[in-house]
Ligand binder design. Structure first.
Ligand code: PRP
Length: 179
C-alpha cells in the first residue's frame, strides 16, 4: 500500500523528555529504595529508547528484561487482540518489577501484560508509561507514572513508529498528513 505523504511536527523535545525522565527516575528510586535488584521490563518494541534512557538515570541495582506484545499491525488503529510474541527470559516471582511502556492508548496491551505478570506473583510491580492518550482508552488502565499526557494525535519518534519508521527520532513528533 503506498504511504500517504506526511510531515512530522515536533511535539515533545528531546530536552523535555530528558528532564521528565530525570524527575521520574527520582520518584522510582524512592519507591524501590529498599529493593535488592529491580527487574526493569521493557515492552518491545516501542519502549527500547525510553528504557535505555530511564535505566541510566535510576542508579539502582537493576536487571533488564524484555517482553514483546503486539496489538497493532502496520495500521494506525489498534486491534483488541494482544499477542505475546516474546516472553521474559527471567522469573519475576517474589521480585520487584518495573514495567516500562512507551504509550498507553486503548489500554489493551498494558492491561493484558499486567494481568499476565501479576499472575507470576512479583513482590511489587509498578508501571511507567512515557505517554498517555486518555481520550483513546477502551479499558481501564492507568500507569503508576506517566511522562506526558497527550491529546489524541498520531505520534512517532523516541521508539514509537509509523509503519515501522521514525522510531529513531530523538523527540516525540506528531504526524501531519499533507495530501
Ligand atoms: C503499541 C505501543 C504500545 C501499545 C499501546 O505497540 O508501543 O505497546 O501499542 O496501545 P494500546 O494501549 O491500544 O494497547 P505495538 O503493538 O504497535 O508494538 P511496537 O511497540 O512494537 O511498536
Amino acid at each position: 500500500m503506498p504511504q500517504r505523504p506526511y510531515v512530522i511536527d515536533e511535539m515533545i523535545s528531546a530536552k523535555q523528555i530528558a528532564a521528565r525522565i530525570e524527575e521520574l527516575a527520582g520518584e522510582i528510586r524512592h519507591e524501590f529504595a529498599d529493593t535488592d535488584k529491580l527487574v526493569v521490563v521493557g515492552l518491545l518494541r516501542g519502549s527500547f529508547v525510553f528504557i535505555a534512557d530511564l535505566v541510566r538515570e535510576l542508579d539502582l541495582p537493576v536487571e533488564v528484561d524484555f517482553l514483546e506484545a503486539s496489538s497493532y499491525g502496520n495500521a494506525t488503529e489498534s486491534s483488541r487482540e494482544v499477542r505475546i510474541l516474546k516472553d521474559l527470559r527471567g522469573e519475576i516471582a517474589g521480585r520487584d518489577v518495573l514495567v516500562v511502556e512507551d504509550i498507553v492508548d486503548t489500554g489493551y496491551t498494558l492491561s493484558h501484560v499486567k494481568h499476565l505478570l501479576d499472575g507470576r506473583q512479583p513482590r511489587k510491580m509498578k508501571i511507567i508509561a512515557l505517554l498517555d492518550k486518555p481520550a483513546r482508552r477502551e479499558v481501564e488502565m492507568q500507569a503508576d507514572w506517566t511522562g506526558f499526557t497527550i491529546p489524541d494525535e498520531f505520534v512517532v519518534g523516541y521508539g514509537i513508529d509509523f509503519a515501522q519508521r521514525n522510531r529513531n527520532l530523538p523527540f516525540i513528533g506528531k504526524v501531519r498528513f499533507t495530501d
